[in-house]
Design a protein around this ligand. Structure first.
Ligand code: Q0N
Length: 286
């Protein structure tokens, strides 16, 4: 891409500038676990995530407009509008897990939400909660209160962001649950367009931005199996890896099983065969 300027790298994605108004997001097949990118790729993982995001963008534009302009024929590249990104990560939790569970155990609260006593790990919350965090350049994002988030984006904008985030989560969680997948929690990135209108960006309701749990195995009272990464985690535990860089190479059977889980999630949620998506990526927008 001779006229395309590389502007940023994520752990598993690259961003290029197409011109002053447009970006190209390219999803690689890299996979991270325990916050380390592994040396082995999962074939088509980036295509699954690109297709899922695009599917959700097409189905949620009645809730909030989004940055999607189109998908490229490689099925892993998204052309999008360039926005002024808000300096907060917009997390919604429907279940108590991860850093939310840690905060609840320590204080009974998550981001200023007082939760009922006696919740078990991974339990469904009475209502989904908006739990913003700051974008840490390195390491983990840090949970913040709504008051701290209001200082970062403005009080009125935060009210709008919280309403949109909760509505997006409720919509997608209900849709996924009907297809056997629990969306335990999710993270959005939002930005502002040239008219200061709120626009949904980045990736949405993918296994990298959300916790996907198989509904048929849901058992609160401990951590849940991951829909997509469980074979990878189990393998990494079985070899006694210390969870610091570099991670282990994955054997072929773990790669194949993991690829199949990504494709299964794509097909269950979109109702589109993965081969049909590869032949014409924009079928997920219909
Ligand atoms: C943007 N990020 C963080 C790569 C992606 N539409 C947009 N306009 C302006 N900036 C961005 C977007 C989008 N999307 C978002 N960086 C720039 C998301 N990263 C995380 C790491 O992987």
């Amino acid at each position: 891409m001779p006229d395309t300027v590389h502007v940023a790298s994520g752990k598993v994605r690259e961003i290029y500038a197409l011109d002053d108004e447009r970006l190209l997001l390219v999803a690689s097949d890299r996979i991270s676990t325990f916050d380390v990118v592994l040396p082995t790729e999962i074939p088509d993982k980036g295509r699954v995530l690109t297709g899922l995001s695009a599917f959700w963008f097409a189905r949620t534009k009645h809730i909030v407009p989004n940055h999607l302009l189109g998908l490229r024929d490689d099925a892993r590249s998204t052309e999008c509008r360039r926005l002024a990104m808000l300096p907060v990560e917009c997390v919604v939790r429907g279940y108590i897990t991860g850093s939310g569970w840690k905060d609840y155990l320590a204080s009974g609260e998550v981001c200023g939400h007082r939760l009922p006593e006696g919740l078990r790990e991974s339990e469904r919350l009475p209502e989904p909660i908006f739990t913003p965090s700051t974008k840490a350049q390195t390491g983990h994002d840090e949970n913040i209160t709504r008051e701290q988030a209001a200082e970062l984006v403005g009080a009125d904008r935060l009210v709008e962001v919280e309403r949109v985030a909760l509505e997006l989560y409720r919509f997608a969680a209900a849709y996924a649950e009907a297809r056997g997948i629990i969306l335990a929690d999710t993270k959005f990135e939002l930005g502002l367009d040239e008219d200061s209108c709120l626009v949904l960006a980045d990736e949405v309701f993918t296994p990298d931005s959300s916790r996907f749990w198989p509904a048929d195995a849901f058992a609160p009272g401990g951590p849940q199996a991951s829909f997509d990464k469980q074979y990878v985690r189990d393998y990494c535990e079985s070899v006694g890896w210390d969870k610091t860089y570099p991670g282990p190479e994955l054997p072929d059977d773990v790669v194949a099983e993991t690829r199949a889980k990504y494709v299964e999630a794509f097909q269950r949620l979109t109702g589109v065969s993965f081969d049909d998506f590869l032949a014409d990526p924009e079928v997920v927008l219909q």
